[in-house]
Ligand binder design. Structure first.
Ligand code: PEP
Ligand code: MG
Length: 886
């Protein structure tokens, strides 16, 4: 335990491997910026090792740590010529969290710490600015009380609002020193009422309390939710940064701001940010005052009349510009920077890699390769494959007339329609009922993240482009319109007003996060076109990847979408989906209900031309590529009529009476259909079904050949086998039908036969099974279900308990259980290859579109992954990354 507390300028930091792990992202970057010679206020880091000790030590700070903190404070005092708790020249500090990766807004911060009834007088005297000193003190009481003493923040805000009302002013900055005096008194009384104790006057007690609170915030519900959504492990812990304060709220030559080195929405290479004169950092993010633009150009583009920082403080702006360029060059990535100007001197408080939309991420990566800042390899590794999904978000159809009720800031692109809800809880409740919602809030706070996740979009009345709502929505890929200042929200009446229009909870609105429009009702959307940046990234990814990426598709349309996205064939065509078509379902029902082979064959004969045409249309799209067609898999009763009307319809067409149909339905009922009469078991019991399907496939192949369409490589796949004999019997069936068709049409057919590995026994018996298989495709949906013995359809009911109790780190139906299911895949691959060296191996369960699972497949030496069409780009990128990480 050697890295408990370290100052930003400790030389040791340079030698620490992966310093973020110990010092957190924020602390590491502050230390790095110091090394670059940038103006960083002095401070120190209490490492993540202390966080671990803190939790082990019954949530107390160990003595050794307290001693180290004391020593580091002394150093800051020397560097700033101020003293903590001094009655002459008091040192004030900020206490901020700093996890390994940034978790914007999720954890706690306390600013202006070190103020009490005495030091505030000293600060007044020293700065000759009583208003500033009192403003800082009231801010401190507010933050400390909220973060450390758990007093609701709105209680303080209400008092401030009342004071402004009494004074007839609108802005906090219009309140005078005496107003803050009164408010400070009332704040302290509130603290006394709520905690039965006086607001702490000991600066040491304040510091210890704040450090403790930051560590505790790692375990807060909102931080836990954020970690769960972002797959951040609990054991990482957070570091705490204690840093001497600089003040943006000391008067008109002070300001505070947030700036991105490039536009995080579009990726454009221009500074993008906001600032506020005479304010502290939280004012910009909280959205209580409307911040102004950093650059003159941005101001003009936005049509704002307020002065940009470039115009207000041209010299400081130049310093900022130089700093931003230096930071980007050093980090070789777009930075999100917090800064403060105190009496015209620039201070940098934080830099981190900026959160960005998927589109911006791609553009920035491609641009930086062109700027020779990063390599193609780095560009590929930098993009989170999961974010690509958001690029495929639809946009509003501009040709359709729409009733725009108001406009806000285009905070996170994409469009969404849904019912208006005013609370995160309601968004979650309706989401559980599969209903789309738009979460409407005055402003969002970290408590709302579960609702932002559940909603399809977010609309806020307050807040700028870097507000909590904007940052979080962009990170989540949710469309967001923020700072829609015309709307007046009434949480009690559950409605908002925009001019004369009243929108109530449950009414449908549409938001367009790309241009900020808020529209009444639903607006139809159109699918996006891929940008040239996207194509470039896909091209590079294809150059690097070895794993093939196929798609799961059973319609011409899906096949086309997937092929356009770069799919290299079909890895799973679920033929049963073709049975559900209106025209066919009656024949399918006839087939199932008939008790004789003749009856079944009659019905199958009606289905054959439909199946053949389906296959033909897919083969035409996939020409030249492999297409895996799975023979019928689900239990037959899934196709049976359910309503009385359907039962009567089937009875009529099968010449049975309704009672007979109902009896047959009863007969086919299974207690546990997933383990019942399904998969290859159907082929064994009713070979004529598989025969018809094979005929349809082979005839489709021959007809395509006649039409001179480049042939696909047909792969006929038998589902859910557990023994080699099942496969042997069914392979003979496929070959027999192939021979029959070849003879009939005097044409040779190229095809191969393989099986799904979906049952543990099949994985273990892979060597024997591979004797009859040209390929294995791991059906990891069923393999997960059968390995865990957990129903894939019912796991939702208890999955959260398993995640909360850390039994599962992640839902095994979403990301492959690499230890258990993964081991079976490895065993099956090795044993399969023992007999059949050339066996083709792939995966076609949902995991085929999950980046982590793809990395596992790549390591295990599978040849391809197969996923739904819209996941194809995600899989291509993940496959390239897996190769580059090897
Ligand atoms: C599987 O089980 O993983 C699979 C792809 O088949 P299905 O989801 O159709 O059961
Ligand atoms: Mg399956």
């Amino acid at each position: 335990m050697s890295n408990l507390v370290l100052s930003f300028n400790n030389k040791k930091i340079k030698k620490i491997k992966n310093p973020e792990y110990i010092l957190g992202g924020k602390g590491t970057n502050l230390a790095r910026m110091g090394n670059l010679g940038l103006p960083v206020p002095p401070g120190f880091i209490i490492s993540t090792e202390v966080c671990e000790l803190f939790y082990k030590n019954k949530k107390k700070l160990p003595k050794q740590v307290l001693k180290n903190i004391y020593l580091e404070l002394k150093d800051i005092e020397k560097l700033t010529s101020k003293k903590f708790g001094s009655l002459k020249n008091p040192l004030l500090v900020s206490v901020r969290s700093g996890a390994r990766v940034s978790m914007p807004g999720m954890m706690d911060t306390v600013l202006n710490l070190g103020l009490n009834d005495q030091t505030v007088k000293a600060l007044t005297k020293k700065t000759l600015n009583g208003r500033f000193a009192k403003d800082s003190y009231r801010r401190f009481i507010q933050m400390y009380s909220n973060v450390v003493l758990n007093i609701e923040g709105y209680l303080f805000e209400e008092m401030i609002d009342n004071q402004k009302l009494n004074k007839g002013v609108l802005l906090d900055t219009e309140l005078e020193e005496t107003d803050w005096d009164e408010l400070i008194q009332r704040f302290k009384e509130l603290v006394k009422r709520q905690t039965k104790k006086n607001f702490p006057q000991s600066v040491q007690e304040q510091l210890n309390g704040a450090i403790r609170a930051v560590f505790l915030s790692w375990d807060s519900q909102r931080a836990k939710t954020y970690r769960k959504l972002n797959q951040i492990p609990d054991y990482w812990g957070t570091a705490v940064n204690v840093q001497s304060m600089v003040f943006g709220n000391m008067g008109k030559d002070c300001l505070t701001g947030v700036v991105f080195t490039r536009n995080p929405s579009t990726g454009e290479n221009v500074f993008f940010g906001e600032y506020l004169i005479d304010a502290q950092g939280e004012d910009v993010v909280a959205g209580t005052r409307t911040p102004q633009h950093i650059t003159k150009k941005a101001k003009i583009v936005a049509g704002s009349k307020e002065k940009s920082m470039e115009e207000t403080m041209p010299k400081v702006f130049q310093d900022l510009k130089k700093t931003l360029l230096k930071l980007e060059k050093y980090y070789k990535d777009m930075q999100d920077v917090e800064f403060t100007v105190e009496n015209k001197k620039l201070w940098i408080l934080q830099t981190r890699s900026g959160k960005r939309t998927a589109h911006a991420g791609i553009k920035i990566a491609v641009d930086m390769v062109a700027e020779k800042l990063i390599s193609k390899k780095k560009a590929i590794l930098r993009i989170d494959p999961n974010t690509l999904g958001t690029l495929l978000h639809p946009s509003l159809n501009r040709k359709v007339e729409r009733k725009i009720i108001t406009k806000g800031l285009p905070a996170s692109p994409g469009a969404a329609s849904g019912k208006v809800v005013f609370t995160a809880e309601e968004a979650e409740r309706l989401n559980d009922m599969m209903q789309n919602t738009i979460l409407v809030r005055v402003e969002t706070s970290p408590e709302d993240i579960h609702g932002m996740h559940a909603a399809k979009g977010v609309l806020t009345a307050r807040g700028g482009m870097t507000s909590h709502a904007a940052v979080v929505a962009r990170g989540m890929g949710r469309p967001c319109v923020s700072g829609s200042t015309e709307i007046i929200i009434d949480y009690n009446l559950k409605q908002f007003k925009s001019g004369k229009i009243i929108v109530k909870e449950g009414d449908i609105i549409t938001i367009d996060g790309t241009n900020g429009e808020v529209i009444l009702g639903t607006v139809p959307t159109i699918q996006p076109k891929m940008s040239s940046y996207f194509s470039t990234i896909m091209k590079w990814a294809n150059e690097f990847k070895k794993l093939k990426v196929r798609t799961n598709a059973e319609t011409e349309k899906d096949s086309k979408v997937a092929r356009d996205f770069g799919a290299e064939g079909i890895g799973l065509c679920r033929t049963e989906h073709m049975f559900f078509d209106q025209e066919r379902i009656l024949s399918v029902r006839e087939m199932i209900l008939s008790k004789s082979i003749e009856g079944r064959n009659n019905a199958l004969a009606k289905l054959l031309p439909h199946q053949k045409n389906d296959f033909k249309s897919i083969f035409k799209v996939m020409k030249g590529l492999p297409v895996t067609i799975r023979l019928l898999d689900p239990p037959l009763h899934e196709f049976l009529p359910k309503t009385d009307r359907e039962i009567e319809e089937v009875a009529r067409s099968t010449n049975l009476d309704s009672k007979e149909v109902k009896d047959r339905i009863e007969e086919l009922h299974e207690q546990n259909p997933m383990l019942g009469h399904r998969g290859c078991r159907l082929g064994i019991s009713f070979p004529e079904i598989y025969e018809m399907q094979c005929e349809a496939i082979f005839e489709a192949l021959i007809e395509c050949k006649k039409e001179k369409i480049k042939p696909v490589i047909a792969e006929i796949m038998i589902p859910l086998i557990s023994t080699d004999t099942e496969l042997k019997i069914l392979r003979i069936l496929v070959d027999r039908i192939a021979n029959k068709i070849q003879k009939k049409y005097k044409t040779k057919i190229d095809y191969i036969v393989g099986t799904m590995i979906e049952l543990p026994r099949a994985a273990l018996q892979a060597k024997k099974i591979s004797k009859y298989a040209d390929f294995f495709s791991f059906g990891t949906n069923d393999l997960t279900q059968t390995t865990f013995g957990i129903s894939r359809d019912d796991s939702g009911k208890f999955l959260n308990d398993y995640l909360n109790n850390k039994i599962f780190e992640i839902d095994p139906f979403v990301s492959l259980d690499q230890n258990g299911v993964g081991e079976l895949i490895e065993i099956a691959s090795t044993r399969g290859r023992q007999f059949n060296k050339k066996i083709k191996l792939g995966i076609c369960g949902e995991h085929g579109g999950d980046p982590r699972s793809i990395e596992f497949c790549s390591k295990t030496g599978l040849h391809y992954v197969s996923c739904s069409p819209f996941r194809v780009p995600v899989a291509i990128l993940a496959a390239a990354q897996s190769e580059l990480k090897k």
